[in-house]
Design a protein around this ligand. Sequence first.
Ligand code: LFR
Length: 499
Amino acid sequence: NIARTALAFDLGAGSGRAFAGRLIQGEGGSRKLEVTEVHRFPNEAVQVGEHLHWDILRLLNELKKGIRLCRQMGFEPTTFGIDTWGVDFGLLDANGELLGNPYHYRDPHTDGLIEEIHALVGAEALYRESGLQFMPFNTVYQLYAMVKAGSPKLEIARTLLLTPDLLTYLLTGIRSCEYTMATTTALFDPARREWNKPLMERLGIPSEMFLNPVSPGTIVGSLSESVARELNAPKLQAVAVGTHDTESAIAAVPAQGGGFAYLVCGTWSLLGTELLEPLLTDEARELEFSNEGGVGDTFQLLKNIMGLWILQECRREWEELGERIGYAELAERAERAEPFRSLIHPDDARFFGQGDMLGRIREFCEETGQLAPREPGEYARCILESLALRYRQALEQMEKLTGAGFAGLHMVGGGIQNKLLCRFTASAIARPVWAGPVEASVIGNMLAQFIATGECRDLDEARRLVLDSFPIETYAAEAAESGWVEAYERYAAYGRANA
Ligand code: LFR
C-alpha cells in the first residue's frame, strides 16, 4: 500500500544520484520508507583556463534522465527535491538566462580573500553576523573575488540562485531561495534570520540579487511547460527540501529529540550537534565551528572537517600510476598495515587542493619527524586513523562549547561504508558509534518532501520513519584496541593551535 512516492536527487562533488522513495503504509498505522536507486552519474568539474567550473547543463540533462528513468522503472513520484554541496551559485540576467558557468568551490580565485575581507570588516563581526567557520569557498569570498576581478556578470546579474535552486529553476522556471543553502553563504545573518545587506553593500556585492528564503519543506511549483512536455510529466512538483546535502543528511539521523552528536561522512566530514539557536561566541569562532540552518527550524553547530577527499585523491593518483585499488581491498591492506606509523592533521591547508596528495602526505610526515607511508595500505591507514583522531578532537571541542556530554556518535552518509573508519572512530572517541543510514542525504531529502505534502508532521516524526525503516550498525569502543590514547597525544601536537 503505497502512500506516496518521492524522487530525490542528491548531487555530490564527484557524482550525482537519483532515488525513488516509496512510503509504504503497513498494518495498524505502521509505516516504512523504501528507497531504490534509479540513476547515477558522474559529476565532473571542468577546468577552463585558470578557472574550475561545474558542468551545469550536463547536470540538468542528468536530472531529466533521472526523471525519465524513474518513471520507466514504474515509480510514480508526485514530487522531487534536489540537494547539493553548499556555497556555489549561478547568476541570471534580466531575461532569466544563466550568466556563464558557475564556479566550483575549489576554484582558486578566493585565495587570500579570507584575510582581505577580515581586514575590511573584522573577523569577529563577520562571525557574529554569519556564524560560519572561515572557509575559503564561502559564497562571500567567491562573490568578493568577482567584485575584485571587475566581473561584468555582476553588473548585469539580476538574481543569484544557489546550485539546487538553480537546477530547480532550470526545470520549473521558478526562482526561489531555500533557507539551508542560504545559511552557507556567510551573507545570511542567522541571529536576525535575514540577508546581511549592509555587509553586501560594504563589499560591493549587489544586494538586489538575493531572494527571500523559504523553509525546507516548501512546495516550489510544477515543471515548466516545456520540460513537462519534454518529459511527459505534467504533474511532477518541485519541493525545496533541505537543499544543502549536509542538512538533508542530518535530517535523516535516526535520533529522537535534540542533544545527540552526529558525523556526516563523505568527501567532507561534518561533525556536529543540533541546537535551536545559533551559538555565536568567541569560543565557537576560535574553535572553528559553523552554525548552519537545518531542516525543521534547527541550527546545526558543526565543524567542517576534511573527509575521505584525501583518500579519494590518493586513489586517483594510484590509478594514474596504473594501480586501480577498490575501497574493499584498500581497507584490507590498511587493516594489515602497522598502526599509528604516520599521522597527519587532515585540516592542514595543504590537503584541500586537488593533486599530489601522496607527496603532500609524505611532506607532512617529514616535517613532523615521522616515518612516511610507503604503500597504499599504509597511506589509507594513516588517513583513516588521522580522521578518527580528528573526530575525537572535534567531539571534545563540541562538548566544551555546549556543555553537553555525548554518549556516542551517530555516523551517516556514504563514508560509513568504510567500516574501518567507523571502527577506528569508535576506538578514538572511546564511545559507541551508531552507523546508518548510508543514503542519509537522499532519505533526508525525501523526508522534507513528505513534510511538504503532509505525510510527516515534523522532523521528529520523519526521523522516527528512518528508525523504523533502515538498519543501524553499532560499533563498540574496543578497549582492547590500545594505542589510541597515546596516538591522540602525538596527533594533537601536529595540529594547528587549537582548532
Ligand atoms: C558537503 C558540503 C559541506 C560544505 C562543502 C562545500 O558535501 O556540502 O557541507 O561545506 O560540501 O560546499
